[in-house]
Design a protein around this ligand. Structure first.
Ligand SMILES: Cc1cc2nc3c(=O)[nH]c(=O)nc-3n(C[C@H](O)[C@H](O)[C@H](O)COP(=O)(O)O)c2cc1C
Length: 210
């Protein structure tokens, strides 16, 4: 039997992307997101209008999309309630966010220079995509104040251990993406780590959740 329920969240399970972008002072901001979908050499990113990442992308037109593998869940979770934006919205303050200008250090991740864009890549991420912004569209209604940001992939860096030997193809058996499903972290189909985001949103959890 189905029931009609007012679902608060529609995160059905999508890979976590760490988005690198350039702050006004030239440093690299880093933010986890998972409302991303892909079409050819394009991605569409759903990002809150007030996040530092959105402001950086719209100002500079550049980003690196670092695809996080499941073994990076601890580092990703450390970024969960941090923002590079000094002015916190009331919603972010209530959720438990704090301002952090040094996200790489806070997460325990290593920056490495990109080839074509200014924001640094995340060395630990097996797939890193240097991108330029090609367009953006507001998603503004009673439940959302966000932008859909269209980026084009300019250059892809792929670590050897997730490449199909002797090809330019990612080996789907070797690539184990970190998945965010209803604000919880999954890898290889299993719930692998507690989630600060789920806690901040005060979501009901199953007794078996980690
Ligand atoms: C796993 C995970 C996925 C997230 N997905 C999104 C997302 O798709 N879109 C979004 O706007 N925020 C998302 N967030 C929240 C952002 O990370 C948050 O708004 C953060 O403040 C952005 O950092 P910034 O303000 O420094 O850009 C996600 C957070 C986590 C931990």
């Amino acid at each position: 039997m189905h029931r009609v329920v007012p679902l608060k969240v529609h995160y059905y399970g999508t890979p976590v992307v760490l988005v690198s972008s350039t702050n006004p002072d030239g440093t690299t901001n880093l933010a986890p997101m998972s409302s991303a979908w892909w079409l050819g050499q394009n991605a569409m990113l759903g990002l809150g209008a007030r996040s530092r990442t959105t402001q950086n992308l719209l100002r500079t037109g550049e980003a690196v999309l670092n695809l996080a593998s499941a073994d990076l869940v601890d580092q990703v979770d450390r970024l969960a309630l941090l923002t590079g934006e000094p002015e916190l919205s009331p919603h972010k303050r209530e959720t438990g966010y704090r301002y952090e200008p040094r996200k790489f250090e806070a997460a325990g991740l290593t920056p490495e220079p990109s080839d074509l864009v200014a924001p640094h890549r995340v060395a630990e991420c097996p797939i890193q995509l240097e991108c330029r912004v090609s367009g953006h569209y507001p998603i503004t209604n009673e439940t959302s104040n966000a932008h859909a940001i269209h980026v084009e992939v300019l250059r892809a860096h792929v670590a050897d251990h997730v490449r199909l030997l002797g090809t330019d193809h990612v080996d789907p058996q070797a690539w184990d993406p970190l998945i965010m499903k209803f604000c919880d972290f999954f890898g290889g189909g299993e719930n692998i780590h507690p989630s600060r985001l789920a806690e901040g949103w005060q979501l009901p959890r199953a007794a078996s959740a980690v």
